[in-house]
Design a protein around this ligand. Structure first.
Ligand code: WQD
Length: 326
């Protein structure tokens, strides 16, 4: 068994690479290193390829042939919501163009197993706080639309040439499975709070007047190592007969922004008293995964609770260049 991990030097991809290699699976990584860090994957074979380039299918097909690849896990994509609103064509070129090129290489080389990184952002701002995979998909930005279109493309390839696929809709991914694999981008709540604390500043809360118990937004935080395990479960699922292709990956439990910031205070021993700012545009008050389908079909259950996620994020942050002295 040999697995091609596209985007394997990134935050989530490198966790999957680590788990696969620990289980004795052969792995080859393709990454353009725009966000990926080679040190994250140690001595794993790395091919630096821009998957959105015209020459990519040829180059990827060469890697698939040489490494005798049986399955592809596709992480490589742009993921900044705000940037996707500013530069929609760039997002479609990167996320859709890249996926199409990976699939074209797979089609040429008769590789039929694919796991695709989708996102809870395909649901947009849903009516119901808890979303199942059958909830309406109404993404509200080009990033979310690029993920939904990706799922449609996979379904079309299934019909046309028998692609066997799973799309995992990630909820709020955080933490680190190993301290050196922490998220190096300051884009989401936990890194943004730690970044403020590293500056000696107060964490920011974007709105405390939402219709939730403490007034701050509720999200479903899932440990990146649990998420990586979900990919392993999906890979095993592709060996059998799957009834579904699309799965939420979350815990089924919600935590508010205030609860996350309090957890960071407990874990770090720092004063995390926040500064409340106005609402950020486009934030749904409450977004929680129904985690039933992935448990029933793939036997996957996320294990880590909020404090464990935060503790691992804190440990990874302290191992990095902006260590916070108490
Ligand atoms: C969580 C909550 C903020 C920072 C986004 C994407 C989604 C997915 C995950 C990628 C919100 C609040 C944040 C801060 C705050 N992306 N917040 N103070 O918006 O749920 O989801 O990331 O692949 O597609 O949309 O995550 O971490 O940005 O925010 O109060 O300093 O924390 O307003 O309520 P979000 P987030």
């Amino acid at each position: 068994m040999s697995v091609l991990v596209v985007g394997g030097a990134g935050y989530i991809g490198s966790h999957v690479v680590r788990l696969l290699r620990e289980s004795g699976t052969d792995v080859v990584v393709v990454d353009d290193l725009s966000n990926g860090v080679p040190a994250r994957i140690g001595d794993t074979t790395l091919e630096q390829i821009d998957i959105s380039a015209n020459a990519a299918p040829e180059a990827l097909a060469g890697v698939i042939r040489r490494e005798k690849v049986d399955a592809v896990i596709h992480f490589a994509a742009k993921k900044q919501v705000g940037e996707s609103v500013e530069r929609p064509l760039f997002y479609y070129q990167q996320n859709i163009g890249g996926l199409v090129n990976v699939l074209e290489a797979m089609r040429r080389e008769n590789v039929t197993k694919m796991i695709f990184s989708s996102s809870a952002s395909v649901y947009g701002a849903p009516e119901d706080a808890v979303v199942t995979e059958d909830s309406p998909t109404e993404p509200i930005n080009p990033y979310g639309r690029s993920k939904l279109i990706g799922e449609w493309i996979l379904a079309d390839c299934e019909r046309a040439w028998g692609l066997n696929w799973v799309a995992l809709r990630y909820f709020n991914v955080a933490g680190a499975g190993w301290p050196e694999l922490g998220d190096s981008v300051i884009m989401n709540l936990i890194p943004m709070v730690l970044d403020k604390l590293a500056d000696g500043a107060a964490p920011r809360v974007f709105g405390d007047d939402y219709p939730t118990p403490d007034g701050t937004c509720i999200r479903d935080y899932v440990h990146v190592k649990d998420l990586a395990e979900a990919h392993i479960a999906a890979l095993h699922g592709l060996d059998g007969q799957l009834t579904h292709h699309v799965f939420n990956v979350g815990t089924g439990r919600g935590s508010s922004v205030t609860e996350v910031i309090e957890s960071i205070g407990r874990v770090s021993g720092l004063d995390t008293s926040p500064l409340v700012e106005g609402r950020r545009a486009g934030d749904p008050p409450k977004l929680i995964a129904s985690a039933d389908r992935i448990r029933e079909d793939l036997g996957f259950v996320a294990k880590a609770d909020l404090d464990e996620i935060v503790a691992s994020a804190w440990e990874a942050w302290q191992a990095g260049p902006r260590r916070i002295e108490a």
